[in-house]
Design a protein around this ligand. Structure first.
Ligand code: PEP
Ligand code: MG
Length: 756
């Protein structure tokens, strides 16, 4: 079997295109298993249906046409259960679903296995045979293995657009109903769209069906009248002193407003079913588009006049507090660039999801959303914001995807996922207070990452053993100036006191890169390779010292604080930071504070630090790997760029080897080594990190339960075997598949899926 497997994989890898690869796959599998039919169904998420994309043995005419609803048939059942289904007579199974065009009536024996990539079901691979029989275990294992290989091929096809082409060509083009961004906060949110737009930004005004058309038209008339009056007063007051060209501008404005056309056009759009601000946006934008397309400088400039007028009218339309959104019971908050205040304004208990056209998983809003456990998709650039008011929306925060007006079957599918998550959470609660220890006695510390006051209670409730990373930049980002020493002391004190006597690692300010402070602007071509983290704070010792002093004062009487330095690339940075720490310590001590000198650690998040881990470990008390940045710098992949997101994988063999080196070097110096990037909370990576010998893992509060569950269900011996196996693999996709399969085999598959 192994040989056949190798041959199939080789042949499939050399296929000309995706279609050919699928066809080779079904033919070779049917031959290898001496079975009459083999077919691949791929999931078309936007329609909630499986599409037959390749077959040997079913009706070839049905390829690209036959569709099975996601919750129907045995194919749907395999996808739902996310595990193989092996039955000797499919035709008498209660879930048998007859799709006339595939002509499968003659087949009785059925074996189907899900095709899963990154914990997402992509499709179903099935084999069938006329005579009733049960496929044996070896055949089942063979099919599962091929399905994991197929998953990687499909994922690649998806990344290059071949998958969408294949699925869309089989149905009219409607795939714009799904929009992709990047994950902001995990979970699935279902609810009604509420669009937040910056007042006075006409472009962002959403569409909205008005309750009373005549009332909207009245409102519009009075807004036009008010602007006319304003312009009249302005021109009267200013006319004598106005230079002629400005005077001409007022004349133009007046003329545009007085021409009944503009008002009439807007009124027509209101009658066609949009509220006044939306109708105004439609009309103004169409005029602007027209003027800007003209080959005449003067006319092109008139576009600005129209834009300005639009803004003026809009400001009157918004005067009667209609800019305040009407929140739905289950609000999906949508905006171009949402702010933390937008989130805070939603009444308690009503925020079901967040969609932001701009931003990344590291944006403020995403961090806040994670703390509030609200499923969030960020950077969904293409999403048609102003069409989403009052629409039914699903936010898949695991994948950063947004579904608009989803079909019933898709809703059912997501509801099933939500229920699965809730069940899982209840199970995980049972081990909340138990330690993370393997079946053969290996213990590992589980800590949380936090950055907001609001996180503290969630983190405490997660059963963590302390804080492995407190990101101090968050309170800095939330203000319009540097927080004072005393403000900082209060924040740190609250954190330390909440967790005492458990340890809390506070990281010094890590701004720059993608986290600019609004009041400390840094303009750089290459911010990720520029002035960020420790580089800024060492260049500004007054900022560094004020922060360290605040931390030291906050720790008085608690002594559970440790300090960590971000973005270290050179030992001299550590030497300098140590000098400043001692200076601050002496000052605080001299002020009368009775504090201990805290332990100091460095983050290993750039390749240079990996190669100097031992020299760094000599100088400090602990090392903590920042796998988010380390992955981005080793793989040269911007961690926030959705376009290269498929290349960003912390399971890349190069990253794994770097991690092993850091643990070894840290331990050679007898120092504690932890990891605090997202990888630490990824169920698929956990066993590898355990086997590498990390002393502790620090993650989002929501991952603690899942990670602990996995650790408690495995042995260190098995984890070591898995690490040994993946180290012989040459790419992240294979490693991920291998680890997912290991979890599936241990009946822990549900954990990865719910924690997608
Ligand atoms: C990291 O880089 O992995 C890390 C934990 O730090 P941050 O995500 O804040 O850059
Ligand atoms: Mg980092």
């Amino acid at each position: 079997m192994l040989n056949i497997l190798r041959h199939i994989i080789q042949e499939v890898s050399s296929a000309q295109d995706f279609n050919e690869a699928l066809n080779i796959m079904v033919k070779r599998i049917a031959n290898a298993l001496a079975t009459e039919a083999c077919s691949i169904f791929l999931l078309d998420r936007s329609h909630g249906e499986y599409v037959l994309v390749a077959t040997q043995g079913l009706n070839p005419q049905a390829v690209g046409k036959a569709r099975v609803p996601i919750n129907k048939g045995l194919v749907g059942l395999v996808g739902e259960r996310e595990e193989p289904i092996n039955i000797d007579d499919a035709t008498i199974h209660p879930r048998f679903f007859h799709v006339a065009e595939v002509k499968e009536e003659a087949y009785r024996a059925f074996l189907g296995t899900p095709i899963i990539y990154h914990r997402q079901v992509l499709g179903v691979l099935i084999v069938q045979q006329q005579a009733p029989r049960r496929y044996d275990e070896a055949e089942e294992a063979f099919l599962i293995t091929l399905a994991t290989q197929l998953a990687a091929i499909i994922a690649h096809a998806d990344a290059i657009g071949a998958l969408a082409k294949l699925l869309v060509s089989s149905k009219e083009k409607q795939h714009e109903l799904v929009y992709s961004g990047v994950p902001g906060a995990t979970g699935i949110g279902m609810g009604t769209g509420v669009v937040i737009y910056a007042t006075l930004d006409l472009n962002l005004v959403p569409d909205h069906v008005p309750d009373d058309i005549e009332a909207e038209i009245k409102l519009l008339d009075s807004a036009f009248a008010a602007v006319r009056e304003d312009l009249h007063l302005l021109s009267e007051r200013l006319y004598p002193s106005l230079p002629p060209e400005e005077r001409a501008l007022f004349d133009v404005y007046q003329r545009i407003l007085d021409s009944s056309d503009l008002g009439k056009e807007v009124a027509d759009r209101i009658r066609a079913g949009n509220w006044a601000p939306g109708a105004l946006r439609e009309v103004i934008q169409s005029h602007i588009r027209h003027l800007e397309s003209l080959d005449n400088e003067y006319m092109r400039e008139r576009a600005e006049d129209i834009r300005d007028l639009g803004r003026r009218v809009l400001s009157y339309l918004q005067k009667n507090d209609r800019a305040t959104p009407h929140y739905a019971e289950r609000t999906i908050l949508i905006g171009e660039s949402l702010t933390p205040t937008d989130l805070a304004e939603v009444p308690e208990g009503c925020l079901a999801g967040i969609v932001s056209a701009k931003g990344s998983g590291n944006s403020h809003v995403a961090i806040l959303a994670r703390a509030m456990k609200v499923p969030t998709a960020m950077g969904v650039g293409e999403v048609p914001i102003h069409e989403l008011q009052d629409k039914e929306i699903i936010v898949d925060g695991y994948y950063g995807q947004v579904y608009i007006s989803p079909s019933q079957s898709l809703r059912d599918e997501f509801e099933r996922l939500i229920q699965e998550e809730q069940k899982l959470d209840a199970t995980l609660e049972e081990i909340r207070d138990l330690p993370a220890v393997t079946k053969d006695g290996q213990r590992i510390g589980l800590l949380v990452n936090t950055g907001l006051g609001a996180d503290i209670s969630i983190s405490l409730a997660a059963g963590a053993e302390g804080v492995g990373l407190y990101r101090t930049e968050i309170p800095f980002l939330m203000r319009d100036r540097f927080p004072s020493g005393e403000e900082q002391r209060i924040i740190y004190r609250q954190l330390l006191a909440s967790f005492a006597p458990k340890p809390v690692i506070i990281r010094t300010l890590d701004v720059g890169g993608d986290k600019p402070l609004p009041y400390f602007p840094i303009k750089e071509d290459n911010p990720f390779l520029g002035w960020r983290g420790i580089r800024i704070t060492l260049d500004h010792p007054e900022i560094f010292l004020s922060q360290i002093r605040a931390m030291l004062r906050a720790s008085e009487g608690l002594n559970n604080m440790r300090i960590m330095l971000p973005m270290i690339t050179d030992v001299t940075e550590v030497d300098e930071a140590l000098r400043l720490l001692r200076k601050a310590y002496t000052e605080v001590h001299d002020e009368g504070y009775n504090v201990e000198l805290p332990q100091l650690g460095v983050m290993i998040e750039v390749p240079a630090a990996v190669y100097q881990a031992r020299a760094l470990a000599k100088r400090v008390d602990f090392l903590s790997v920042g796998s988010n940045d380390l992955t981005q710098y080793i793989l040269a992949v911007d961690r926030n760029n959705p376009r290269v997101a498929n290349l960003y994988d912390a399971l890349h063999p190069a990253v794994l080897r770097a991690l092993i080196q850091v643990v070894e070097n840290g331990h050679q110096e007898g120092k504690h080594v932890s990891i605090c990037g997202e990888m630490a909370g990824d169920p698929v990576a956990v066993l590898l990190l355990l086997a590498m010998g990390f002393d502790s893992l620090s993650m989002n509060a929501s991952s603690v339960g899942r990670v602990k569950w996995i650790i408690r269900h495995f042995t260190k011996k098995k984890a070591a075997k898995l690490l040994h196996e993946v180290l012989s693999m040459e790419n992240a996709v294979m490693i991920r598949c291998h680890m997912e399969l290991a979890l599936e085999r241990a009946n822990l598959g549900k954990l990865i899926r719910a924690g997608r």
